[in-house]
Design a protein around this ligand. Sequence first.
Ligand code: PRP
Ligand code: HPA
Length: 178
Amino acid sequence: LQQKRRLVQERIREFPDFPTPGVLFRDITPILKDPVAFAAAIDLLEAHVKASHPQVEYIAGLDSRGFLFGPALAQRLGVGFVLIRKKGKLPGPTVSVAYSLEYGQAELEVQNDAVSPGQNVLLIDDLLATGGTMQAACELMKKLGANILECVVLIELKSLKGQEAIKPNSLYSLLQYD
Ligand code: PRP
Ligand code: HPA
C-alpha cells in the first residue's frame, strides 16, 4: 500500500501562484496521464472504502475533479455515481448551496432525486483545501436526507484546516500536505 501511495504522490505537481498569487496549486493531471498511478489511486480508495464503509450505496462526486476519480471508484465498488455540480448545469428540480472557495465564490447543485432519504453516501473530490466546497456538498446531501458516511479526497492541504470546516462529517485523505 505504501508503494501505491508513493506511485500516486510522484504524479502530483506543484504550481506556485496559480490561479491567483499566493496559492500553491497541486496538479493531479499527471496521475490521470499515468495508468499505473491512476490504478494505484483507485486501488487505495477501493481498499479503504471496502474496509471502512462496506454499506456505501452511492459515490457523490464534486464538480469537476471529483468526476475524474468518483466514477472509477464507484465501478470498482459496484455502486452508482451521482453528480454534485456547479450551479446551472443540471436539468430538472434541484437544490443548491452557496459557498466560498480558497480563491472565489460559487454555488453547488444536485438533482432532487440524486439520492433518497437514508441512503448511504460517500463524497469524493480530488483535494480538500479550506473545505468550503466539501462542506457545501455535505449540506446538499443533507438536504436530500442522505446519510453521509465520509468525505474522501486524494489530497488534504492540512494548513487550511478543511477537516475542521466539514465537521461533524469525517474525512479520509490518501495524501496530506502542510
Ligand atoms: C478545487 C478542488 C476542490 C476545491 C477545494 O476545485 O478540486 O473541489 O477547489 O477547495 P476548498 O476546499 O477550499 O473548497 P475548483 O473550485 O477549483 O473547481 P474545478 O474542480 O472545477 O477546477
Ligand atoms: N490545488 C488544486 N486545487 C485546489 C487547490 C490546490 O492547491 N486549492 C484549491 N483547489
